[in-house]
Ligand binder design. Structure first.
Ligand code: GDP
Length: 196
């Protein structure tokens, strides 16, 4: 199980400081509170992995967790940034944009979206942007345990319809960290992107 080997490597502000030995990276992004840390912990079967990237000073950085010598999961800063001032926000957006646009080993983006809410404007912006970049996206509709089966499925189908029509580079699934639902599906997607 590759993902259980995830080990914190480092946190950097810009592409220039990213590790240069990696050939396969999958990044995780989403609005703050969407459930990104919980998902990363469950996916890697580690209770506190993502706490590392939530420690003060690291929440706005690009956090690397290596799986082996050439592959890593990358925890990107959550967006929403109500508490960050405009100057800091711009600087980090620049660092983050540069990473997503230019990292040669970035194979895909896991986008976390709360299953109870429609995708936010920033989520849609991420979809538009990744489409231009030809970067595959897989959306986890998180906290699916908070919805009944019917409405959860309805939200998924609605999103899949939107993706099929407008964002064919993206796929989607339901996910619950609490119930460990959707784990195999997300592992399969990661395997696809992480294959040498
Ligand atoms: P992040 O800010 O995106 O990293 O989000 P967190 O992983 O810290 O989760 C935000 C909040 O949602 C926390 O209170 C979590 O306990 C809760 N949460 C995360 N995932 C789930 C889930 O699958 N089910 C439920 N019911 N709550 C969740």
């Amino acid at each position: 199980p590759l993902y259980q080997k995830a080990t914190y490597l480092k946190s950097v502000p810009t592409l220039a400081l990213c590790p240069d030995n990696l050939t396969h990276e999958v990044a995780f992004a989403g609005r703050s509170n969407a459930g990104k840390s919980s998902a990363l912990n469950v996916i890697t079967s580690q209770k506190t992995l993502a706490r590392t990237s939530k420690t003060p000073g690291r929440t706005q950085l690009i956090n690397f967790f290596t799986l082996d010598d050439h592959r890593a999961l990358v925890d990107l800063p959550g967006y929403g940034f109500a508490k960050v001032n405009v100057k800091i926000k711009r600087a980090w957006e620049a660092g983050l944009s540069e990473y997503i646009e230019k990292s040669p080993s970035l194979k895909g983006l896991i986008l976390l979206v709360d299953s109870r809410m429609p995708p936010t404007e920033i989520d849609l912006m991420m979809l538009n942007w990744t489409q231009e970049l030809n970067l595959p996206v897989h959306i986890l509709l998180t906290k699916s345990d908070k919805l009944k089966k019917g409405p959860a499925k309805a939200n998924l189908l609605k999103l899949r319809k939107l993706l099929k029509e407008e964002y064919p580079h993206a796929s989607a699934q339901l996910f619950s960290s609490l119930k460990r639902e959707g784990l195999i599906e997300v592992w399969n997607k990661l395997d696809e992107w992480m294959e040498y």
